[in-house]
Ligand binder design. Structure first.
Ligand code: ATP
Ligand code: MG
Length: 425
């Protein structure tokens, strides 16, 4: 079997024993989002390379070294989306959704980055993205944080994540800060690694985002951006923290938090965990008012976040959350007549009981071996159809999870009523 083709490194299959957990999380996510009036938008996975270069910024990890870029048959340069913000904005601009309108949107799907695969870091990963447009007041920044807090609670991981918050101010404020940051780092050139030396001239704020432990001290002593914020930025930030204080959501102000992407302004935040090693950021986002103009739109407002599903699921896995069984009822058929009639009987049940999860044994074997499979399926009830039952229009029912309940023989019509009263309630 040495020649079997395998999946691409860093791109994973989600096998059937894992999908119930994914579906549980996905349902909670959809419920929470609709509780705040957010609508789904579905976007292409491939976009023009130019879109990501223009929006994410040339001097970022993503554009410099992580993108899956290729020429299509026409010679156009295309890229598998490394994130969703750029494509979402592109779609909204293209379809005129940003003109005098307010939007609260979400999307869900795979993103692609050519990174070194390790726990919590893959080359194909699933993100939930949430983007809001047209709102300048800090209420919407706060709303996103309240929404995420509610999401963690519903998912059962609230005590595993904590909120880090910062403000990057306006672009003008950041330029002044940038100058003092550059002169500080210039006095400590010997402590900068290769990446940081390169970024000193192109994107010095990104140096603060370094993951190199050797640079921890030089970064810790760097000037703080908070001190450079103007009155309006300070008030905006304060309004958010006031909401969090009043509702009782804890946070840490982390003045080194700059985020990997260039397009943020004012609010930035990350939800981090200590349980996933160095891949500790589960969810990250902020305000990116400037990006809309950068992509050719009129001045506007935008705030959003993206959450990595694999990291979220890794946190949920430790909780042993009960997941709904994929089967309610398992139909055992033994005998020629039973095999034929069983298929029709199963359809009759499905016709009458909306949403019932009924699995028919299509492999066969003795009653005993089919019972074993029924038990393993997780079903609550087994229906047993032998040729005798068929000839009398009957079926046996056995409760698989309750030893007190005796197996009983019912007419097929009565069996459907029996299930109707007990399954899908
Ligand atoms: P990191 O600092 O971990 O590289 P990032 O700043 O590149 O993260 P974002 O671009 O903000 O991440 O993406 C938002 C979220 O998507 C991250 O917080 C993380 O949960 C998830 N994510 C990002 N890259 C990956 C990846 N390669 N594999 C799995 N999840 C990822
Ligand atoms: Mg990254």
């Amino acid at each position: 079997m040495a020649n079997n083709i395998q999946a691409i490194r860093g791109m994973h299959d989600v096998l059937p024993d894992q999908t119930p957990l994914w579906q549980t999380a996905e349902k909670i996510i959809r419920d929470v989002l609709s509780g705040y009036g957010y609508s789904e938008i579905r976007l292409p996975i491939v976009e023009k390379t130019e879109l990501f270069k223009r929006s994410i910024g040339e001097v970022t990890d993503i554009v410099e070294k992580e993108m899956y870029t290729f020429d299509d048959r026409n010679g156009d340069s295309l890229t598998l989306r490394p994130e969703g913000t750029a494509g979402c904005l592109r779609a909204c601009l293209e379809h005129g959704l940003l003109h005098n309108q307010v939007h609260r949107l979400w999307y869900y799907g795979p993103m692609y980055r050519h990174e070194r695969p390790q726990k919590g870091r893959y080359r194909q990963f699933i993100q939930l993205g949430v983007e809001t447009y047209g709102m300048s007041a800090p209420d919407i920044d706060a709303e996103l944080i309240l929404l995420m807090d509610r999401l963690w609670k519903r998912l059962g991981i609230r005590d595993k994540v904590s909120l880090q918050l910062n403000s990057l101010g306006t672009i003008a404020e950041r330029l002044v800060y940038r100058d003092s940051l550059v002169s500080y780092f210039q006095q400590h050139l010997d402590k900068l690694d290769e990446d940081s030396l390169r970024r000193l001239n192109t994107n010095p704020l990104r140096i603060l985002d370094t993951k190199n432990p050797a640079m921890k001290e030089v970064v810790a002593n760097a000037p703080e951006l908070m001190a450079y914020l103007g009155e309006e930025s300070v008030q905006h930030f304060k309004a958010i923290t006031t909401v969090l204080d009043n509702i009782g959501i804890g946070y840490e102000i982390n003045t080194r938090l700059v985020r990997g992407l260039d397009y943020y302004s004012k609010t930035v935040f990350e939800w981090v965990t200590t349980e996933l090693g160095s891949q500790g950021t589960v969810c990250a986002g902020g305000r990116y008012d400037g990006l809309i103009e950068q992509l050719g739109g009129k001045p506007n407002h935008a705030v959003g976040f993206a959450m990595g599903m694999e990291r979220l699921l890794a946190l949920m896995e430790t909780l042993n959350i009960p997941v709904a069984s994929t089967v309610d009822v398992y139909l055992i058929r033994v005998g020629e007549q039973a095999e034929q009639q069983g298929t029709y009987f199963a359809e009759a049940i499905r016709n009458q009981i909306d949403g019932i999860k009924l699995q028919v044994d299509c492999v066969g074997g003795s009653f005993k071996s089919q019972f074993k499979k029924a038990d393993k399926s997780g079903a609550t009830y087994a229906l047993i159809l032998g040729d005798d039952e068929v000839s009398r229009g009957e079926v046996s029912i056995k409760a698989l999870r309750d030893a007190q309940q005796e197996q009983q023989v019912l007419s097929q019509a009565a069996a459907i009523e029996f299930l109707q009263a007990r399954v899908c309630r």
